[in-house]
Write a protein that binds this ligand. Structure first.
Ligand SMILES: Cc1ncc(COP(=O)(O)O)c(C=O)c1O
Length: 403
């Protein structure tokens, strides 16, 4: 293989990149499992995994092999042909997701675009001309026009009016607000929520997962689609393959991305129940949808999660990490929330700067969301030794910060 040496990293001023990202002053040239390495070989513990993307860790040999072999065989044809890897990946994903139909997208936002289109078409099929979708405060569904309109965060929407119409916003967890919306808006066709709000601070609704069961009940009563955004919570992250599997209900529409491709950009919108058969020939598409390369990656990721029992590992190691945080930070006025390996530590004050402190002083990559919540999304195959490294560094850092 050719070794290509890149020119030194450009500063924001001299680079041609649109300055849409607030970037940290560091870049990594290599990753292995839970660790990232800079050019000079300095090691960092990656407790963010590209924001819940590299669940199998960096450079997992099964994924590397699948990508290398498929890239040398066939990367792309077109959906005007049969794509056997796409069929195989869909079968595997349908099994673990409890879904029937699957459309592969290229990102989480696009998966949610698919869900929004399904809801609108579902309404159209019933003669509803202006179908509406209920969405929640503090939600995050993506950066395309429709998904930023669905997102419950004004900062994401600012500057992009007119927003896409047809969303009714309710407080997350507020069932009465949904019931009231049903009375005031006869043209509602669906509800779209995240089971756990990731960007919103690693939160379930106040009543926990029973919120999802209450939503399912209301959707059944009104013949609405229950749509769950599991872009972040899916693919084993929360200690179930999909977070809805912590409950007894099944949504009609389910979206995912992130961990689905372990870094390869791919997502999916899936249907079962009354979501099936809504989109038909000519209704939807994408040039790259389910390419041989992307589909083989999805197949391999699911196969690896299954063979290595990573959903159970996420559940067990997540429980251990959360218990240790609760014990070791018991006197620190913090709230620890954990669902498998989706972990949030809410501090009593704003702590955005901890991202820099963690990186520079502890060689630890973390994220702070909702202003005061340390968000940890480590690899699903984390072992006890690595978990202890993570716990030790976080506990020390939080204690120092709050001292
Ligand atoms: C819950 C949720 N939905 C949608 C998205 C958007 O996914 P993408 O960035 O792949 O478009 C994200 C990304 O953070 C997310 O967390």
């Amino acid at each position: 293989m050719n070794n290509i040496t890149l020119a030194p990293v450009q500063t924001d001023q001299s680079s041609h990149l649109m300055p849409v990202f607030g970037r940290q002053p560091i870049s990594f040239v290599r990753g292995q499992g839970s660790y990232l390495y800079t050019e000079d070989g300095t090691e960092y513990f990656d407790a963010l995994t590209g924001i819940a993307v590299c669940g199998l860790g960096h450079s997992h040999p099964a994924v590397t092999e699948a990508i290398a072999d498929q890239a040398a065989t066939l990367i792309h044809t077109s959906n005007i042909f049969e794509v056997p890897w796409q069929t195989a990946a869909a079968q595997k994903l349908a099994e673990v997701a409890g879904m029937e139909e699957i459309f592969f997208s290229n990102s989480g936002a696009e998966a949610n675009e698919g869900a929004i289109k399904i809801a609108r078409k579902f309404g159209y099929m019933q003669g509803i001309a202006q179908p509406k979708i209920i969405v929640a405060d503090h939600s995050f569904h993506g950066r395309t026009l429709a998904t930023l309109s669905a997102t419950g965060n004004k900062k994401v929407q600012e500057g992009f009016a007119p927003l896409v119409e047809g969303f009714i916003r309710v407080p997350f967890g507020d069932i009465d607000a949904i019931t009231e919306a049903a009375i005031n808006h006869p043209d509602i066709v669906a509800i779209l929520v995240e089971p756990i709000q990731g960007e919103g601070g690693v939160n379930t609704a106040p009543q926990g997962f029973s919120y999802l069961e209450e939503i399912r009940h209301i959707c059944n009563q009104h013949n609405w689609l229950m749509m769950l955004d599991e872009v972040q919570t899916g693919n084993g992250r929360t200690g179930q393959y999909f977070a809805y599997q912590h409950t007894s209900i099944v949504p009609d529409v389910l979206t995912t991305a992130k961990g689905l491709g372990n870094g390869f950009p791919i997502g999916a919108v899936m249907t079962q129940g009354r979501g099936v058969g809504v989109l038909t020939a000519g209704n939807h598409g994408s040039t790259y949808s389910g390419s041989p390369l992307g589909s083989r990656v999805v197949y391999t990721v699911i196969d690896t999660i299954q063979k290595e029992n990573l959903v159970d590992n996420a559940s067990q190691m997540g429980a251990y990490i959360v218990e240790q945080f609760r014990t070791q930070l018991a006197d620190q006025n913090v709230i620890v929330r954990g669902f498998g390996l989706m972990i949030g530590i809410e501090l009593p004050k704003a702590c955005g700067d901890l991202v820099n402190v963690a990186r520079d002083d502890y060689h630890l990559i973390i994220n702070v969301t909702a202003g005061s919540v340390i968000r940890l999304l480590p690899v699903l195959n984390i072992n006890k030794e690595q978990a202890d490294q993570l716990i030790t560094r976080i506990v020390k850092m939080v204690k120092n910060f709050l001292a």
